[in-house]
Design a protein around this ligand. Structure first.
Ligand code: PHE
Length: 335
């Protein structure tokens, strides 16, 4: 009976102790076999109680061994799955934003601070929104300026948009002035891939339409923008031609102006073109049901890759699309 109590109260935290316990009670030379051997010499009247007791003891010991083995091997399995739970954690790797997204978000931030909203449109466009509404009727020679990918065999003349000016047309069709919007997005041009150009790239185009908007508003906006993005910097406007703006200009930034306020500008390569701009052509306004006698506006457009290459001193546009982690991991930003 005292054995029974010991067996029931037995506890172990490792399998070796359980095995020792098993041998002690259930082994060949164990306590139980010893009692079973003694059974013969027990007086008849005590046999029943003695027999019951040792059977009870055997059952209790067997159960105890099984129970402890099951419990301890479960603990072992958990250790194998989770390892040592007291070990310090591995540092977890945080992803980084793509440099194109960082610069796009920076540009959006700069323009939303002066009241521009963000508009988006389809990448597969029709001829009207990509060309005709923008004062580029069929057979206009300037259509060749933008090597277009056409969606074949389509009766509606679908194409991959060559610029996000198409989004501005859609915005003007659906909104009344005053309009202040920027259109970031992916654009497509049938160009050879090289270190400087790619057939897929990204643009942010801007549009401002209201009463009495003038060229000096455009220039002031551009100065604000370049100062925000590049720090203290110098720009110049060069006369140019776009079918949808008149007059038109190209914006150059002086690259190599090392300033105290901006460490990013380091390489001296002179004037670099960063965007196109101009006053929205009255024909474009008319095409979008805006009265050019009442409203005027300016527009501009830039390639995000070009800006990112300047900001980060990246020498080859193809790096943006190769998904090389050694390249991508270098960009850590709150934007
Ligand atoms: N849409 C022109 C381009 O893709 C850029 C531009 C936009 C120029 C607005 C002038 C005004 O090249």
């Amino acid at each position: 009976k005292s054995h029974l109590k010991t067996v029931e109260e037995f506890a172990a935290d490792n399998l070796d102790d359980v095995e020792a316990f098993r041998i002690k009670y259930l082994g060949k030379k164990g306590i139980l076999n010893h009692y079973f051997a003694e059974f013969k010499s027990i007086p008849k009247e005590d046999k029943k109680l003695f027999g019951q007791t040792i059977n009870q003891l055997k059952q209790a010991a067997t159960q105890k061994v099984e129970q402890l083995k099951a419990e301890l091997s479960k603990v072992n399995d958990e250790k194998n799955i989770y390892g040592d739970l007291t070990r310090p954690a591995e540092p977890s790797e945080i992803g980084s934003r793509h440099p194109i997204s960082i610069v796009k978000n920076q540009i959006i931030e700069v323009f939303s601070n002066i009241g521009f909203n963000v508009s988006e449109g389809p990448e597969i466009e029709d001829d009207w929104h990509n060309f005709t509404a923008l004062n580029l009727p069929e057979y206009h020679p300037a259509r060749d300026m933008q090597d277009t990918f056409f969606v074949q065999n389509n009766p509606e003349d679908l194409l991959l948009r060559t610029h996000t000016s198409s989004v501005q047309v859609r915005y003007m069709e659906n909104n009344k002035p005053p309009i202040r919007t920027i259109s970031p997005g992916r654009v497509f041009r049938n160009e050879d891939i090289s270190a400087r150009s790619h057939c897929i790239f990204h643009q942010v185009e801007g549009l401002y339409i209201d009463k009495d908007v003038s060229f000096k508003d455009l220039k002031q906006t551009l100065i604000y923008f370049t100062t925000q993005l590049f720090g203290k910097s110098k720009i110049r406007l060069r006369p140019s031609y776009f079918p949808f703006t008149e007059p038109s200009a190209e914006v150059d930034i002086y690259w190599g102006l090392k300033t105290e306020t901006d460490y990013r500008i380091t390489k001296g390569t002179g004037w670099l073109e960063i965007m196109g701009c101009g006053m929205v052509d009255p024909n474009v306004l008319k095409n979008c049901k805006i009265d050019p006698k009442e409203y005027t506006g300016f527009a501009f457009g830039m390639g995000i890759e070009r800006i990112a290459m300047l900001l980060y001193q990246i020498g080859d546009i193809r790096m943006f699309y190769e998904n090389d982690l050694r390249f991508l991991k270098q960009f850590k930003s709150i934007f």
